[in-house]
Design a protein around this ligand. Sequence first.
Ligand SMILES: Nc1nc2c(ncn2[C@@H]2O[C@H](COP(=O)(O)OP(=O)(O)O)[C@@H](O)[C@H]2O)c(=O)[nH]1
Ligand SMILES: [Mg+2]
Ligand SMILES: [Zn+2]
Length: 305
Amino acid sequence: MQKGQITKALSGFYYVTDETKTIYQTRARGVFRNQNLTPLVGDYVEFESDNVQEGLIQKLLERKNELSRPPVANVDVGIIVMAATDPAFSTQLLDRFLVMLEAKHIIPYIVVTKMDLLTEAEKQLILSYQSDYQTIGYQMMLMEEAEDDRSEQLETLFKDRFSNQLLVFIGQSGAGKSTLLNVIDPSLELKVGETSRSLGRGKHTTRHVELIKVFDSLIADTPGFSALSFDEIEKEELSEYFPEMWDRRAECKFSGCLHVNEPKCAVKKAVSEGDIPEYRYADYVLFFEEIQNRKPRYKRKGESS
Ligand SMILES: Nc1nc2c(ncn2[C@@H]2O[C@H](COP(=O)(O)OP(=O)(O)O)[C@@H](O)[C@H]2O)c(=O)[nH]1
Ligand SMILES: [Mg+2]
Ligand SMILES: [Zn+2]
């Protein structure tokens, strides 16, 4: 049995790349369909093949995580692209992305674009956010204006931090994702200023997902998280996805403290003393209420009652 990773899915074929970087065109065993299992790009698989044109995937290995939009498994890093302005910088949107990545055990990395459009005073505000988020433990890179510096900055980032990682790009339309990817790999020739579901290389059908190799990383060619609701998160687990709150939970009076209405709460104390920014806590409460008020879900197939 051979082992590899699915790096592209197209028209019922799965392209599996093995350790030697050889790509095999394979199909999935019929048994997956009966078990309601769909191989995803990013899956590690066992397959059998006599030649690169034909092969059969026999087994899907366990997934670390999976996204539905784009349909990708085993994502390591989520690069959140946030514009400093146009569209306006929003800590609430950033916190939403961060929670979604944390819940999937994907390491967030924040890149702020359009710094060149800011006044000095506006720059100071972004720098204060950078300091807040780095204190929590998140990396936040502010993009230099000059094209040359940018590509150097990004090449270093990719080679030092993202080697052998599977990445997805996340961010609002207009945030600068395509622009950024073009700087990282000019051969992508992505159109900028266009709203498109895909990052835009080649012909796309809805069944087409491909991992693009950039330096030693793989990038999913479709931006992640088009839906921004917390459907899969329960309110009791939400504080796990705010690292600065999770770290303080042992100091709360009540075990299982949700940091909302409880007295002697270490999180609320940290907010009042300025150790946790008020906007972070406000977003926590907002998301908490969103989860609490969401409509009961219809039971999914396979869920017991
Ligand atoms: N001034 C400035 N404009 C930028 C920057 N990055 C992207 N843009 C512009 O923002 C618009 C949207 O960029 P695009 O890459 O298409 O965003 P996407 O929707 O996230 O892929 C385009 O007009 C880009 O030229 C930047 O760092 N500075
Ligand atoms: Mg784009
Ligand atoms: Zn608490």
